[in-house]
Design a protein around this ligand. Structure first.
Ligand SMILES: *[C@@H]1O[C@H](CO)[C@@H](O)[C@H](O)[C@H]1NC(C)=O
Ligand SMILES: *[C@@H]1O[C@H](CO)[C@@H](O)[C@H](O)[C@H]1NC(C)=O
Ligand SMILES: *[C@@H]1O[C@H](CO)[C@@H](O)[C@H](O)[C@H]1NC(C)=O
Ligand SMILES: *[C@@H]1O[C@H](CO)[C@@H](O)[C@H](O)[C@H]1NC(C)=O
Ligand SMILES: *[C@@H]1O[C@H](CO)[C@@H](O)[C@H](O)[C@H]1NC(C)=O
Ligand SMILES: *[C@@H]1O[C@H](CO)[C@@H](O)[C@H](O)[C@H]1NC(C)=O
Ligand SMILES: *[C@@H]1O[C@H](CO)[C@@H](O)[C@H](O)[C@H]1NC(C)=O
Ligand SMILES: *[C@@H]1O[C@H](CO)[C@@H](O)[C@H](O)[C@H]1NC(C)=O
Ligand SMILES: *[C@@H]1O[C@H](CO)[C@@H](O)[C@H](O)[C@H]1NC(C)=O
Ligand SMILES: *[C@@H]1O[C@H](CO)[C@@H](O)[C@H](O)[C@H]1NC(C)=O
Ligand SMILES: *[C@@H]1O[C@H](CO)[C@@H](O)[C@H](O)[C@H]1NC(C)=O
Ligand SMILES: *[C@@H]1O[C@H](CO)[C@@H](O)[C@H](O)[C@H]1NC(C)=O
Length: 813
């Protein structure tokens, strides 16, 4: 582009800006490279001038932080048209154009496109780092601004998005390299199609999508949370949509840069260390890569493989899926049938799928949303649009759901499913997996969530929370206080019964506090569980929990007789079981003789039935999480009763994380995915059950066991024996004359302790396998192991018998 303005004359008559003096270029002035002229914003935060990036000799006009030694350029005017020498000049001319000229050739290197005409345009570098061209007579009249044409850096105050009136879109595009600011292939933009989400693209290919804006954040931006450094938001109205952020302290420097390799990086300047600290990046992990698990696949970086199908979905190409090719995604295991009337299943703790093919209405309720979705057969899912203040608005999806991941904090989505999949009782192989973090977040969200769920309409009560299992609080215990006959006992009678919680009456330490034996005045014996005060449970919620647990009634569960709340004290009163806990008998050489095989088999079957009830027959769907022999109590007839159930959901919000001093669950009984990654599901209970069965059969404690020569732990040893058809060696000598059911029990136990949760049977099939000899048992795969060093507090003697802190790998011989 050659200029036609008769510039030479013009230039000769203009005055010059001396270096470091002013923030404004008037029409009578020029900014010259060969004089090292710069503009400095009013408080000196930013500078504008000519520079050469990295090792390049080319000259560019750019904006950088003025107070930072290491030149950090945030904007480049002529990124695609470098000057090769220092003859560049920047000037503003009437009727309002900002020009970069090569004074040697008169060529226009770069210009700002300004449509309106004014008499006295001036260019000014603002303290935000924004270069604006304004009318000197009306400075609010911004004719052009660099914030509308960003390069690779998103500064506070910028609006990344789209103006629907002008059609102008503001987005970032990466630089080629450190030495070359030329427009690269990656872009970061707010995609206004469907419902807005932020997108990183590699050319035309979508690399990451953040998930839709949910009123608080992008659904998938787990690392973007409320903080003390900056606020952020998305503005959506009929004229425009834009994403912005604002620093809360002006002396803080923060910038978001789309790197040369297409990574979104938020940087924070550290005055202490005088360098930029990486605050967060997009993508954070593999699971942020767009659609990595295909349709209806869910990504979780902590599992192996990281993709799973949503519950009640199965891989489209199972063989490819098994070979870690997830691109074909998953399909419903029962196809939809819109005519017969589909329903919706709720999935929780997820990043909402891609909203490219979506529809939204901000004023609808969730129920109206459901109705709208159910009316249109091509609507595949719905969710709340805006969760910033309760659940408001409606978001509908059409077509396949892609780009989901497990995330904390996550959201709820209701996915269209065939009627038969929703009806209770049709559950065949349920995989309830949730990350522990979701659970913790849920517990912390506590009250508010509970409130929300309780506000839901009755219709949704049928939609069960399949994704998160028992710990989420949206099970529906709509028990009214009146029809509950659980007595509230007063403290004084409990003090009396337990002799003021005397040490002599202490029976042991349960998961959530000590347990005392008590004798009521009528002579009846009770067991009192005194809950530790550290649980931050409100009294009302506690009561509600108790009422819920009281509804769990099964002959293989310990019966709750009553409860007591007195100021800070919360207690649960259970039936007292004369023969105490299984471990006290099983591992006692003199007492264990009393446990002959029929008794042991009865105990195994009883635990299995009790657990099956907890997992699927009760209304609450409870995952025990701390199943072990000391939680199996025995009545006078040696019938097993599971204790400590149900409370796992209530207490221990802080007792579940690996960084706390008490881990819910007991090493030796915990499945590898739970102990290692905090994932729990009904299948982690199944794992614990398998360990218990092996202990019952062998009379040996899993944890204390060591089979030194082989470097095998207990489970590995049992598995090896089974493979070699030597399982009889595992059996306690006194049982050896009853081997048929014993061997079957060992086999079932080994199926229960398999490494992969999916391989383990559900409790209902366990019950079947144990009782029905016609059921053919598959060969168990190798049992679960995990790495010792991941468990700092655990004296994990079963992981490896040697002191080597390496993974104990099972060598099949
Ligand atoms: C910049 O220069 C103009 C005229 O040369 C002057 O009026 C203005 O005050 C100066 N501004 C600053 C911030 O020095
Ligand atoms: C501009 O800066 C360069 C390098 O810092 C220096 O060598 C040169 O003399 C300066 N030119 C003027 C006119 O100040
Ligand atoms: C532009 O170049 C001419 C000579 O080619 C010189 O006289 C003039 O001062 C230059 N203008 C600027 C702003 O450097
Ligand atoms: C630039 O333009 C002026 C007048 O239009 C002319 O006198 C001068 O020779 C030109 N310089 C070059 C290098 O073309
Ligand atoms: C100005 O407009 C032209 C054509 O519309 C476009 O090619 C050019 O990139 C624009 N320049 C800037 C700095 O936006
Ligand atoms: C979400 O809801 C809040 C409170 O109701 C409202 O202030 C905000 O504007 C909404 N956000 C969007 C994107 O609709
Ligand atoms: C802003 O940050 C600076 C530097 O960290 C600090 O000295 C100052 O106290 C902060 N101001 C406020 C209002 O927080
Ligand atoms: C959004 O929902 C409200 C409430 O149901 C309704 O009145 C309104 O017409 C809907 N808007 C659109 C665009 O469908
Ligand atoms: C269902 O929704 C799709 C997408 O919005 C639309 O094209 C179609 O007309 C709708 N069908 C009915 C029956 O409303
Ligand atoms: C029970 O013991 C506590 C201290 O352990 C004591 O403060 C309290 O007075 C005792 N209560 C009764 C009724 O003896
Ligand atoms: C179990 O309880 C019964 C009845 O109380 C008692 O006779 C039996 O000795 C107990 N068994 C053990 C092993 O304690
Ligand atoms: C967890 O611990 C923190 C601090 O120790 C406390 O503020 C918080 O309320 C606890 N949460 C629960 C659910 O116990």
């Amino acid at each position: 582009m050659t200029t036609s303005f008769g510039l030479c004359l013009f230039l000769l008559t203009t005055s010059f800006i001396s270096a470091h003096t002013n923030d404004t270029i008037f029409t009578s002035q020029v900014l010259r490279d060969n004089h090292n002229d710069t503009l400095i914003s009013s408080t000196g935060a930013f500078a504008l001038g000519f520079f050469s990036p990295g090792s390049s000799k080319n000259r560019y006009v750019g904006i950088w932080y003025n107070n930072i030694q290491d030149k950090t350029v945030v904007w480049v005017a002529n990124r695609d048209d470098p000057l090769t020498d220092r003859s560049g000049v920047l000037l503003v001319i009437q009727p309002g154009r900002l020009l970069l000229l090569n004074n040697a050739t008169n060529a226009t290197i770069w210009s700002a496109n300004i449509s309106s005409t004014v008499h006295a345009p001036v260019a000014r570098l603002l303290d935000s780092g924004n270069l604006v061209v304004v009318d000197a007579n009306d400075e609010t009249n911004i004719l052009w601004q660099s914030f509308d044409y960003p390069t690779d850096t998103f500064l506070p105050g910028m609006k990344i998005g789209k103006n629907f009136v002008s059609g102008h879109q503001v987005y970032l595009s990466s630089a080629k390299s450190n030495d070359d600011p030329e427009t690269g292939v990656f872009t970061y933009q707010i995609d206004p199609s469907g419902y807005p989400q932020s997108v990183i693209k590699d050319g035309a290919i979508v690399r990451c999508k953040s998930g839709p804006w949910n009123g608080l954040r992008f659904s998938g931006s787990h690392n973007l949370v409320k903080n003390i450094i900056f606020t952020f938001g998305l503005v959506i109205n009929k004229d425009q949509v834009y994403y912005h952020y604002t620093l809360l302290n002006d002396s803080v420097y923060m910038r978001f840069k789309l790197s040369e390799s297409g990574e979104g990086q938020r940087w924070l300047w550290s005055y202490q260390t005088q360098n930029w600290l990486l605050y967060h990046t997009i993508p954070t992990d593999n699971c942020d890569i767009y659609g990595v698990c295909g349709a209806y696949g869910v990504c979780n970086p902590k599992t192996s493989p990281y993709c799973t199908c949503l519950n009640k979905f199965e891989p489209y190409y199972p063989s490819r899926w098994d070979a870690d090719d997830f691109s074909n995604g998953c399909v419903r295991r029962t196809p939809l049938n819109c005519q017969e009337g589909d329903g919706f299943l709720k999935y929780s703790g997820v990043k909402l799928p891609d909203t490219q093919h979506s529809w939204s209405n901000a004023s609808m309720s969730l129920e109206e949303c459901r109705v709208t979705c159910s009316k249109n057969c091509s609507c595949t899912a719905y969710a709340s649009l805006n969760i910033s203040n309760g659940e408001n608005g409606c978001l509908l999806w059409f077509g396949e759901l892609v780009n989901m991941r497990e995330i904390s904090p996550g959201q709820d989505i209701y996915i269209r499913m065939a009627k038969s999949e929703i009806e209770v009782g049709s559950r065949k192989r349920e995989i309830l997996i949730v990350t522990l973090s979701v659970v913790i977040a849920t517990v912390l969200l506590g009250l508010s969530l509970k409130l929300l769920y309780s506000l839901k309409s009755d219709h949704q009560l049928q939609e069960r929370n399949y994704a998160t299992g028992g710990l989420r609080r949206n099970y529906h215990c709509h028990q009214s206080r009146e029809d509950m006959d659980l007595p509230m006992l007063d403290l004084s009678s409990i003090i009396k019964a337990t002799d003021n919680f005397s040490v002599e009456n202490k029976l042991g330490e349960g998961g959530f506090g000590p347990v005392y034996k008590g004798l009521l005045e009528d002579g009846g014996a009770i067991a009192v569980k005194r809950l530790s005060r550290t649980s931050h449970q409100g009294v009302e919620e506690f009561k509600n929990e108790v009422i819920c647990i009281a509804k769990l009634q099964h002959r293989n569960l310990v019966k709750l007789l009553g409860y007591c709340i007195h100021s800070e004290e919360m207690m649960l009163v259970y039936e007292y079981l004369t023969n105490k806990s299984l471990d006290l008998i099983l591992f006692d050489p003199t007492k264990s003789i009393l446990l002959d095989w029929p008794r042991r088999f009865n105990i195994i079957n009883g635990i299995a039935r009790g657990l099956m009830y907890l997992h699927q027959d009760s209304r609450l769907r409870v995952i025990h999480r701390d199943l072990k022999t000391s939680n199996i109590l025995l009545d006078s007839d040696m019938n097993p009763k599971i204790s400590d159930f149900g409370l796992a959901r209530t207490f221990g919000g802080n007792e579940t994380g690996a960084s706390t001093d008490r881990v819910v669950g007991t090493y030796g009984y915990m499945s590898p995915e739970y102990a290692g990654d905090g994932l729990f599901s009904v299948k982690s209970d199944v794992f614990s059950f398998g360990v218990i069965v092996l202990e019952i059969v062998s009379g040996k404690r899993n944890r204390r066991f060591c089979y030194l020569e082989e470097e095998l732990n207990f489970l590995g040893y049992a598995w090896m024996l089974n493979r070699e058809e030597r399982s009889l060696e595992l059996i306690e000598p006194c049982l050896t004359n009853s081997c048929n059911d014993v061997l079957r029990s060992i086999h079932v136990a080994l199926l229960c302790v398999q490494q992969h949760p999916d391989d383990r049977p559900t409790m209902s099939s366990v019950v079947q396998m144990l009782s029905n000899h016609a059921v053919l048992l598959p060969q168990p795969k190798h049992p679960g192991f995990f790495i010792q060093r991941e468990m700092p507090e655990a004296n994990w003697s079963t992981a490896s018998c040697t002191n080597r802190s390496t993974t104990s790998v099972l060598q099949a011989r």
